[in-house]
Ligand binder design. Sequence first.
Ligand code: ATP
Ligand code: SF4
Ligand code: MG
Length: 428
Amino acid sequence: MSPRRRRPHLVFPDASELEEPLLDVQDLRTYFHTARGVVKANDGVSFTLNRGKTLGVVGESGSGKTVLTRSIMGLLPNIQLERSGSVRFAGHELTSLTAHQLRDVWGTQMAVIFQDPMTALNPVVRVDRQLTESLRIRLGLDRRAAHDTAIALLGSVGIPAPEQRMRNYPHELSGGMRQRVMIAIALACGPKLVLADEPTTGLDVTLQAQILDLLASLQRERSMGMILVTHDLGVVANRADDIAVMYAGRIVEQAPTKDLFSHTRMPYTEALLRSIPRLADPSHTRLRAIPGRPPDLASLPDGCPFAPRCPYAQDRCLTDDPPPRTAGAGHLFRCWFPVGSPEGEDALARNVAAGVPAALAFTGALAGAAISVTTVSVTATAVVTGSLAPDASLVPPAVPLVVPPVVPPVVSPGPAEGANGDATAGES
Ligand SMILES: Nc1ncnc2c1ncn2[C@@H]1O[C@H](COP(=O)(O)OP(=O)(O)OP(=O)(O)O)[C@@H](O)[C@H]1O
Ligand code: SF4
Ligand SMILES: [Mg+2]
């Protein structure tokens, strides 16, 4: 029998020697064939990311953010999956690599910080082994060196008394600590790219800020590229170089962060921006949630997928899918009636005048119109668009939202409690 031949390991250039972007994703499509039909979770996603830079990926639940990170990494099971397009990372086309070759990429070249550390960490394995395993397997360190490196890593992510924490199981740690352990595991083998998928879900705002600041400083130190996934534009506002806004499996607007905030073009992005709570708002200010629901990715409507919820929507939006357009360097969007353009302003004004619920909700005009909004929308949409069907989910609740009064926290002399209810000794 012939001896089994080992494939040569992939060779990756040092990130500083790269002459192309660290990550170049072009027309990535990730479809799931299900009993309900084809779920188009990513439908033609394209972007590039350079080393040391952060791309914020933002969108509502179900917009395809997690599938995007997994599709980039090649982490999705092949069953009922259809994937096409190109994912070039550090000079290699990842979509044509075998599972064996991808193992040379995971951990050492790119790593993921998962949405939920409690499910991503193995509950029956101590922190020690979860950290040292990849150091030993991927970097070939011996037991002693892996142990010492793991302790140093826990220290570098701000975990006090790391030797003691090494002996803990995940459930013995607070939410903040678990997230720090996840970050330490992700960074253990010195990846060039980190995909952080909602890395602060479930943590309170103070811990959120600490974890995100920690990630940012580790990224700077190591000149890593980072994709920071979140449903909250506020989280990436001052942490990302560029922002990609996802809706229904596509990037609907992408721009350098400052540009996205100052020259928003997409009505969906504008609606997301308006849903961010602001410190300057008076207390009891009602948050402006986006009315309606995102579309079912297994049966997308014709035209623009945001049309049923869009305050600017016109007839054309219901039939013609808007192609990507540019608005200055690095700024792309998909809309027929962009925010800030004369045609956008006209469209919004027409919809407000006609009483289209999405437009009234957006402009805050609903307070006076709420009582008769259903009637108004039926007649008005017929006049203005002829076909904009009133969507029951857009009709606001008749009863105003009751905001509970702010109760000052009770300060107890006991040990500090973490956001997740468990003691966070040393959590900073
Ligand atoms: N294995 C799968 N089979 C079928 N559909 C899937 C599969 N994985 C994800 N989806 C669908 O793909 C769509 C995008 O899911 P994804 O998890 O990427 O959303 P998300 O933007 O990360 O949402 P969230 O903010 O809630 O995490 C959803 O409609 C989801 O139901
Ligand atoms: S104006 Fe039309 S094309 Fe633009 S986001 Fe709204 S529905 Fe889509
Ligand atoms: Mg997700």
